[in-house]
Design a protein around this ligand. Structure first.
Ligand code: ACO
Length: 317
């Protein structure tokens, strides 16, 4: 059994906020942001919500996969920034796209969320419970940002990405590796706004940037070695490493650790910023639409973020 991606889609809000616009809001500059992060601009939602963006990305992925919504067995939305708690975003998406036969639920594992959701779908396929899943990462992080905090507001953006995943009869194994370290959770935190007085955290995203940087550059190379070992592949055999689009310096450092050319690490963070759980499916869709993913290509996909959480998988396109 192999849980294969058979369609992708994405949606980004129209308003592209560049570093110059940001530097009119906080004491920063295009030069500082680009040199520290690689980010030039990010999309910011005005009317869009986590659900509306998820629906747009999902419709595209369904079209790309060439399936009928009624054929979907499971809808998972990964998000940390939904405007509402009940009903969950996945149920709203299910109704909007007409996936009448699907079960639906949300999942929160921050920037690792798309990987976690994919693993849940693949495990259900392996157990014989489902054949087709729609996995979506959708984030409206502008809801959670303190727009006076130059340490965080420069990093994040809004958007959604979706993938249709189909159970294929094949002997390819998809190794998944997921890790968490809740003891370090305070490094990247945000209360929900509901009962916030009981939370030790503030009601905007707080980040210890240096701690997160060190965590990512240490754990992700180790994670990739774990995935390689489980998939029986060497690092040289991997065509592309699709990493959570947090920061160009983090990705460059990981490429150096692995002694792999940076051209094997495609990036779109320059135009999108960090869109948490949407970042990987948006990148997958960009590459798919540009025809850069060829049948049989070997990919390692990995995410990391709040929790702390990190995880990845080996895929063949
Ligand atoms: N513009 C100008 N100056 C700034 C800005 C800004 N936007 N932000 C901070 N500074 C200043 C600080 O005030 C500090 O000034 P000081 O020396 O006078 O005190 C100086 O720049 C250095 O600040 P640091 O925070 O130490 O800057 P650093 O070099 O560590 O870069 C950054 C900050 C870019 C956030 C870096 O730590 C980083 O990339 N961390 C990882 C962040 C990340 O990727 N998070 C997301 C991953 S998880 C997820 O996706 C949810």
């Amino acid at each position: 059994m192999y849980a294969k991606i058979t369609g992708t889609g994405s949606y980004l809000p129209d308003h592209l906020m560049d570093n110059f616009e940001l530097s009119e809001m906080v004491d920063t500059s295009d030069e500082w942001i680009q040199s520290r992060t690689g980010i030039k601009a990010r999309h910011i939602a005005e009317q869009d919500t986590v659900v509306s963006m998820a629906v747009s990305a999902a419709k595209e992925a369904i079209r790309n996969a060439g399936i009928e919504p009624a054929g979907i067995d499971l809808v998972i939305v990964s998000s940390v920034s939904a405007e509402q708690i009940l009903p969950c975003a996945a149920c709203e998406v299910q109704a909007a796209i007409g996936a009448d036969n699907a079960a639906a639920f949300d999942l929160n594992a921050a920037c690792t969320g798309f990987i976690s959701a994919y693993q849940v779908a693949a495990a259900q396929m392996k157990a014989g419970l489902i054949r087709t899943a729609l996995v979506i990462g959708s984030e409206c992080l502008s809801n959670l940002i303190d727009w006076t905090d130059r340490g965080t507001c420069i990093l994040f953006g809004d958007g959604a990405g979706a993938a249709v995943i189909t159970c294929q009869d094949s002997n390819i194994e998809v190794p998944f590796v997921l890790h968490s370290d809740g003891a370090k959770g305070a490094a990247l935190s945000c209360s929900s706004g509901f009962g916030a007085e009981k939370s030790p955290y503030g009601n905007h995203i707080f980040m210890d940037g240096r701690a997160i940087y060190k965590f990512a550059v240490k754990q992700i190379p180790q994670l990739i070695h774990e995935i390689l070992e489980q998939s029986g592949r060497s690092v040289e055999e991997i065509d592309l490493f699709l990493l959570h689009q947090a920061n160009e310096r983090i990705i460059t450092s990981i490429a150096k650790h692995l002694q792999q050319d940076i051209s094997k690490f495609p990036m779109n963070l320059q135009e999108n910023g960090n869109i948490s759980s949407a970042s990987i499916p948006v990148l997958l869709d960009d590459l798919n639409r540009q025809g850069k993913l060829k049948p049989g290509m070997k990919l390692i996909v990995a995410g990391f973020g709040a929790g702390l959480t990190w995880g990845g998988m080996y895929l063949e396109w």
